[in-house]
Design a binder for this molecule. Sequence first.
Ligand SMILES: [Zn+2]
Length: 641
Amino acid sequence: MTDHPLRLIGVLRAIGILTVLVTIASCPNGRAAAPAQNAMPEVPHDAHSYAVPQSARVTHVSLDLTPDFETHKLSGTATLSITRAPNARQVVLDTRDLTIRRVTDGRGATLTFEVGPAKAFLGSPLTITLPEAGNTLAIEYETAPSAAAVQWLAPVQTAGKKLPFLFTQGEAVLTRSWVPTQDSPGIRQTYGATIRVPSGMRAVMSADHVPPDAGEKDAQGRTAFRFSMTKAIAPYLFALAVGDIAFEPIGKNTGVYAEPSVAGKAASEFAEVDQMMAAAERLFGPYRWGRYDILVLPPSFPYGGMENPTLTFATPTVLAGDRSLVNLVAHELAHSWSGNLVTNATWDDFWLNEGFTTYIEGRIMEELRGRAYADMLRVGGRQDMQAAVREVGGPESPDTRLHLELTGKDPDAAMGGVAYEKGAAFLQTVESIVGRTRLDAFLRDYFDRFAFQPMTSTRLVALMNDKLLQPGEADRIGIQKWIFEPGVPPNAPPVQSEALEAVDAQVATWKNGGATSALQTTKWSTQEWLHFLRALPETVPSARLAELDRAFAFSQSGNSEILFAWLKIAIRNRFQPAFPALEKFLLSQGRLKFIAPLYADLEKTDWGRKIAIEIYRRARPTYHFVSTNTIDQTLKWREGQ
Ligand SMILES: [Zn+2]
């Protein structure tokens, strides 16, 4: 995932608007101690699931769901296949805010069930009494309009403005709010689905499409789309989107789903996806998921991207027009190995997903654009790492460990940015000691050997000792320290970029009065432009900013990252000629990473509140509630303002 809600915590905390509700829930008792009753496959204990997989575990989920865009509910049936120990009398599932209407054995016989008390972020256990024999459960249910995983967009929040849209976001523990199942990353399940949508709309999922591709009319006049995921995945990767969605192919097994006005542009932006795929396969072994498509979400999508298998969900703000922000796709594609194939067994080891992925993202971009380009990304990554460490309270903070202890904590509020860049720095350190050839061979074997399996930090360390490291190397790396202790060990290999150092030299000259026309920028990439903007002094006279804008047209930039960096400078210096661009940017997209800091920066000044409120009044109906929830607090928004 990129822009994981928790990666944003730093941003939000820095601007003083985050209320992190860490609710200490009592750990469900007695589950870890349950005796192994038979040869049920072992699943690591997960403090964030009520499931008792040693007794009965879900192996397949078959959904038949109808979204209602008026009431904001999904309703229908989840038919589960389970395996059970011989003496198992009940199965325990995870649910959150679901209304369970009826449970049967799949042949019509009613089964008794009980929905336990709801706990913060964990939801409620659904305990079903099993029949004497049989491994099928059919659960009739509906979701709540406030279901944490399901986001309903009004037409005004889409690019086309005509039809509503919905999408789901399952990571970390949200799938239970739309699918009653065992919602633990260690309990992998295959799934199938029939999704019945209003005529004129299309459903897509993180699964293979079952023909016909255009769906089939059902008895109620809806269009039924069918899906099948035959590979067992972690349930946080179940994903659905419904809306006015068109398809544009890129390669033989790759393409883009998006609103019709966006699909063509997106396919051209992501044209390199086949090269990325070839690079990733060359390095880390075969892609095992069949197709790889990218769903570009409507402008109000509050996040960066989510690696739903076969179908990455992505923000439209990566469509820069010049393919300069596609490392987001490299990141989500890399998750097809680290995360989706070999998966963190519990959220304590979230870094096994994100740290490995961030490292691989760098390697894919290096194959695609060369070492110098990848080094620029790595320099940025190290800056992000230092920022992430500061945000959680500095290097002594236990939150800077890679392996976390999240029992009793909401994983969606406790997994921070450290996992991404400290995790990548750990693998860079291993690489610096064992060399690339040996590390690559190890990683390839790791993805082969543990494909479709859960992984833990302890297991990884044992594997590295067994398969990778020669005597003395574990100590030279300091594996235990890197993974289980706070802070960043000093042996991370330095990352350097000659290109960015050259930018620094030019900024220094410019700061000392050097002419804007003397800046040598013709070959600059997005990374160099961003480095330039971030290196400018806190205070820059308006005349100098006007010079820069005339020379480089920052206010007209179609690159969301560059425009964002520029608008922050404009607010900091009250550079009014850029304010129309600021207004346009805030009105045209709702990615939280961009809009939250800009509103907060305006609010912080003694002149910007009026501007912020005026823009927000118009923009607010187009934003997602994840965004308005945050910005309402920043601006102390009241209806009628
Ligand atoms: Zn990720």
